[in-house]
Design a binder for this molecule. Structure first.
Ligand code: NAP
Length: 320
């Protein structure tokens, strides 16, 4: 099969399209013929070699694939050749024509969702769901600010929160992004490139502040987030690319909580719950992953530049 291979950590160009042997499913494993693979920022951190998790070289990047089950190993029940699926983790990498997965990491992809949409689910939608309901315990009727709502995780969070009955506010950095966030279901949107956007958001909350903030760039926004939380508010750090200085008194004054999360830490029982909810949302149409850009597998280097550039419009996916 053709697969993207990384032989040395470094710039996007270290990713090369190569011929490698087709993987075969062992006991408990599923082989997926990949129709689309999602590109996540974490894959750029891993590729650069600066991330805490460094796979053994050479490796194929990617967690999120969607496609058709090609074959299953001994002992696999509930998944069969020909099934449409998306993955939440792979053994051999998603940027390839085939991806080997443990059976528990393969989930049904409803007919109403395209393969590109399926490739947008594994990391982004699971992160958004876990942030909202397992880390900050958001409940219907609360207000949520999705700070960075135009990307993969943000669009997912807006759709999930809106479907669950929260009052949803989102931010983006371009006109197209703001429009996308509104169409995803936000009640109001703000431009995070505008200096006054925190104050605008606070005013839109009726000066009460937000019960929950999902933060995609904590090193830039965390200090300001603490000032626009409601009493008992929770901010969950999903993304951060540096350090930040905060005034702890802003948290004290509001009985606020700052929680972190890494999807890598999710316990199996929580993962099962998350994907049951996501499959249901895809089936009933409340979750509709938005694809901003489709690129051929050979354009993996360009996709890594694109995912780290401003102006997000949903997900970037690679098509083998
Ligand atoms: P993405 O698709 O590249 O989207 C990035 C988002 O960040 C866009 O909405 C972008 O908006 C927004 N952004 C840019 N500048 C911002 C600012 N000053 N304030 C607020 N938001 C800003 O990435 P993603 O897949 O959604 O992931 C978002 C972040 O979460 C990344 O840092 C990623 O590494 C992290 N993440 C963490 C986990 C975890 O388990 N903790 C899981 C998944 C992702 P514009 O482009 O419109 O400006």
């Amino acid at each position: 099969m053709k697969a993207i291979r990384v032989h040395a950590f470094g710039t996007p160009e270290v990713m090369r399209l190569e011929e490698v042997p087709d993987p075969a499913p062992g006991p408990g494993q599923v082989l997926v013929r990949v129709r689309a693979a999602g590109v996540n920022p974490v894959e750029t951190y891993v590729r650069s070699g600066t991330y805490a998790r460094r796979p053994a070289l050479p490796y194929t990047p990617g967690n999120d694939a969607a496609g058709i089950v090609d074959a299953v190993g001994n002992g696999v029940v509930g998944v069969a050749a020909g099934d449409r699926v998306y993955t939440s983790e792979t053994v051999t990498g998603a940027y390839a024509e085939f991806a080997l997965c443990n059976a528990s990491r393969v989930h049904p992809l409803p007919a109403s969702a395209s393969y590109a949409q399926g490739a947008a689910v594994g990391v982004p939608f699971a992160t958004a769901w876990r942030a909202l309901f397992q880390r900050t315990r958001a409940v219907p009727g609360e207000t949520v600010l999705v700070h960075g709502a135009s990307g993969g995780v943000g669009v997912a969070a807006v759709q999930i929160a809106r479907a669950a009955g929260l009052r949803v506010f989102g931010t983006a950095g371009t006109a197209d992004g703001l429009d996308l966030v509104l169409r995803a279901g936000a009640h109001a949107v703000f431009d995070h490139r505008s200096a006054g956007h925190m104050e605008e958001a606070m005013a839109a909350s009726g000066a009460r502040g937000f019960d929950v903030i999902l933060e995609m760039l904590a090193n830039v926004n965390l200090a300001g987030d603490l000032k626009i939380l409601a009493m008992g508010g929770r901010v969950v750090v999903i993304g951060s690319r540096g350090t930040v200085e905060i005034d702890p008194r802003d948290a004290m004054a509001r009985d606020a909580s700052i929680v972190g999360m890494s999807l890598f830490n999710i316990p199996d029982a929580d993962r099962t719950a998350v994907h049951a909810a996501l499959v249901a949302g895809l089936e009933n149409g409340t979750l509709r992953p938005v694809i901003g850009r489709e690129m051929p597998l050979s354009a993996a280097p360009e996709s890594h530049v694109a995912v780290m550039s401003p102006g997000a419009k949903g997900k970037i996916v690679l098509l083998p």
